[in-house]
Design a protein around this ligand. Structure first.
Ligand code: ZN
Ligand code: ZN
Length: 210
């Protein structure tokens, strides 16, 4: 790994606005996954000899939580929502799956490693530093504890259709009702018309006009 824990934590702190236990878990979770996938540094553009770093666009990451660790995982992997390489499946779990686009197991299915922070890590942090308050206690312990005490890990198969790939360019339609433009796969057919999801299903609209 090109950058060490301290360096990555520093970058995560800048990106996230503060350093917290969630940042430490997120950084270590992503470092562990990169190690398992044999990816040295997914963020570096060029290798030392000047050639392009082929690991740079090798990862798609699914995160299962919308909290601090999410930002840290983005920092370490270089995966970003705006590049379609960081995908949120909001299950409220401190877990993420790191998918290797170089490891296609069968057409459209890729190998990945899912890493989950163990609930028992909190208890272990308490045992290690009972004299500290919860936040400093977890921050100190999560830096030091071995991976096996912090995380569960599992190799998984992840279906990833072409339309989920970072660089995919698909059809863009204009909603027949509101006239707003919509990207591929996010429109619905109603009575022969192509509608945006808001016009197709009023129940799902997250806002109401003032
Ligand atoms: Zn935080
Ligand atoms: Zn519409």
């Amino acid at each position: 790994m090109a950058a060490g824990l301290d360096e990555l934590l520093h970058e995560a702190e800048i990106a996230h606005g503060h350093l917290c236990a969630g940042q430490i878990l997120g950084v270590r979770m992503a470092m562990l996954a990169l190690q398992r996938l044999g990816i040295d540094d997914p963020r570096r553009r060029h290798n030392e000899d000047g050639s392009l770093n082929s690991d740079r666009k090798r990862l798609v990451t699914f995160v299962e939580i919308d909290r601090c660790a999410t930002d840290a995982i983005g920092v370490v992997t270089g995966c970003r929502v705006g590049k379609r390489a960081l995908k949120l499946r909001d299950w409220g779990k401190m877990a993420a799956t790191f998918v290797d686009l170089n490891a296609e197991l069968e057409p459209g299915v890729y190998k990945g490693v899912r890493v989950v922070a163990l609930e028992s890590s909190k208890v272990r942090a308490k045992e290690l530093y009972p004299e500290l308050e919860r936040n400093p206690q977890q921050m100190k312990a999560y830096r030091e504890m071995p991976d096996a005490e912090l995380f569960g890990e599992q190799w998984v198969r992840v279906p990833l259709p072409a339309s989920e790939f970072p660089g995919y360019k698909g059809q863009r339609v204009v909603c027949a009702r509101c006239g707003e433009g919509v990207n591929f796969d996010r429109f619905a057919e109603r009575d022969g018309e192509q509608l945006c999801l808001a016009c197709a299903d009023a129940e799902k609209v997250y806002f109401k006009p003032l």
